[in-house]
Design a protein around this ligand. Structure first.
Ligand code: 13P
Length: 250
């Protein structure tokens, strides 16, 4: 029998945050205290802040993550950052395949899968994102889109290494809109079923996060849905008090 999945509340600062924003992390550290907590906590900051944030959060329950990485460890790739570099800077997690990267940088499932492999090879945990667009949901293909992204974005090594999945409907990101509980339950159950079919017991232990307009006010309701094992939080992770509100709901 597999263990219950520990809740993970992860923040994604996206392209927000200067050195001064480390004050929000210091405040978060003070708000959550030394632990132990009922959930794991991570904040995925811009590359420029990873090292200083990791140093500032050392000894606290707040882990630091990056938001993307290259598929290679090093080489002639001007402007890119490798998973090994993020590991060296103190990151524990790396988001891969966020819909903003899929849309803005044309990242395919194959790219995302290779990036997830690179994250695992660097000894870190990938947070692999999937989610349908508004048009896809309206066309009734949300489930099929998510299942196909999941199958092609998750590497085989996930069977023996820790990974996290984030279901983020694109139309719910930054819009204040959220799916119904039933819609979230349907997608998360399908993700769980696919992970178990592919990885057995290991698939039952993978955390599946929900992301898209999660706030302190709706977090408890969303986190109460079956197979929702945490949240990937954008806007509400930028302010320590809001993010802590979601952590407390967990
Ligand atoms: P919001 O919480 O701002 O909707 O963003 C969600 C997201 O994209 C997290 O990766």
């Amino acid at each position: 029998m597999s263990q219950p999945v520990k809740t993970l509340i992860a923040g994604n600062w996206k392209m927000n945050g200067l050195k001064a924003s480390l004050g929000e992390l210091e405040q978060l550290k003070a708000l959550v205290g030394a632990g132990p907590l009922a959930c794991d906590i991570a904040v995925c900051v811009p590359f420029t802040l990873v090292a200083s944030a990791a140093t500032a959060m050392a000894g606290s329950p707040v882990a630091i993550g990056g938001q993307d990485c290259h598929t290679q460890t090093s080489g002639a790739h001007t402007g890119d950052i490798s998973a090994a570099m993020l590991a060296d800077a103190g990151a524990a997690f790396i988001i891969v395949g966020h819909s903003e990267r899929r849309a803005d940088h044309g990242e395919t499932d194959a790219n995302v899968q290779a990036k997830a492999e690179a994250v695992i090879a660097a000894g870190l945990t990938p947070i692999i994102c999937v989610g349908e667009t508004e048009a896809e949901r309206r066309a009734g293909s949300a489930l099929a889109v998510v299942e196909s992204q999941l199958a092609a974005s998750v590497p085989d090594s996930a069977g023996t290494s820790k990974i996290v999945i984030a279901y983020e409907p694109v139309w719910a990101i930054g819009t204040g809109l959220t799916p119904t509980r039933a819609d979230i339950a349907e997608i998360h159950a399908a993700i769980r079923a696919q992970l178990v079919a592919r990885f057995g017991d290991a698939g039952a232990g993978i955390a599946i996060l929900y992301g898209g307009s999660m706030k302190p006010g709706n977090a408890a309701e969303i986190l109460g849905v079956d197979d929702v094992n945490g949240g990937l939080v954008g806007g509400a992770s930028l302010k320590a008090e809001d993010f802590n509100g979601i952590i407390q709901a967990a």
